[in-house]
Design a protein around this ligand. Sequence first.
Ligand SMILES: Cc1ncc(COP(=O)(O)O)c(C=O)c1O
Length: 420
Amino acid sequence: MKAVQEISSPPSRRRMFDLARIRGDFPLLARKVHGKPLVYFDNGATSQKPRSVIEVLNRYYSEENSNIHRGVHYLSERATAAYEAAREKIRRFVNARRGQEIIFVRGTTEAINLVAQSYGRASLKAGDEIVISAMEHHSNIVPWQMLREQVGARLRVIPINHDGELVLEEYRRLLNERTKLVSVTHISNALGTIAPVKEIVKLAHEQGAAVLLDGAQAVPHMKVDVQEIGCDFYAFSGHKMFGPTGIGILYGRAELLDEMPPYQGGGDMISVVTFEKTHYNVLPYKFEAGTPHIAGGIGLGAAVDYLDGLDWARLAAHEHDLLTYATQALSNIEGLRIIGTAREKAGVISFVFDHVHAHDVGTILDQEGVAVRAGHHCAMPVMQRFGVPATTRASFAFYNTREEIDVLVKAIHRALKVFG
Ligand SMILES: Cc1ncc(COP(=O)(O)O)c(C=O)c1O
């Protein structure tokens, strides 16, 4: 029997970028939908998983399943070691200083709620201000509205211009001595805009405000170094970075996490419990109440192993090529308007037609085997900003190809014929 640690270690340390080989690593990409080869352009919603991640999950449940941090038996020790090894891989991946700064959560949404309910409730009072931006996902809006109700804080919003870029002069103007927290997305899921996060952090810190970055769309596409960025918190989801669903990460600076009260109470987050008083566990366990998604954590470690094996310079160049090629091809389609034209942009293209609804476009594309997202992308304020009810969104990953973009273009022409 193979131990989980062995199972979850990388197949080899080669760094490669061979597209055909990479596609072969993702079993789902080979399937057909409605009799057509699948073209998967819904990576912003969730990414597909490499075989190595799927196999780690399968083997974990087949051969190693056990609860962690509590058993003295063989399986429990193996599972604990594998789970903690995954934490270390993730620490290295985002270059956090210490493993204690990597908190396993369910995903970006839970990570942001944790910061709002723990850091926010403990440090903010009536009149304090939280700054977010006009291009946030609902998961980086609603938790702050809930906190606002609880403590009487005020929510300020950095506007975006017509290209979907943050207006930095407005951001500077919003910052003041009442600003306690800035929480913005690193990459917009609806527009693809890459925010100037280092500048955002620097300006916030000059005002003494803490910064949370929503990295859900960034971590799968660019090398993120939390120390270099200098943020206080960084949130991301496993399922968007080729790992399992139900697992994600909150990175937090240890100095802040140490001072913060627990988010949830229960097993594992304590050191001593009596009816009179409970002493909490050390970091990171203080924030990890209850049995976690053990397989998910180990699977996320396997996803990091997979990503570590890729040549990231070539990966980024390939994704940029896909964006440029698709932008050009879609711009040639009459009546198509791209929403989100920032200079610094990731592989996301949101588009609309004046006379055809995004859902109708999405439905015809689906019949052609092309999976895109149609709707508000959990970013209703972005739709309001651009005066559209919804967009059709194609979001790319490194395993996509120019040929798939050609299929998308053909399918859009078909949709226009049907609804034109
Ligand atoms: C920018 C951004 N933030 C947050 C989220 C929420 O992530 P999750 O649903 O994995 O918690 C998403 C998901 O689409 C996203 O794109």
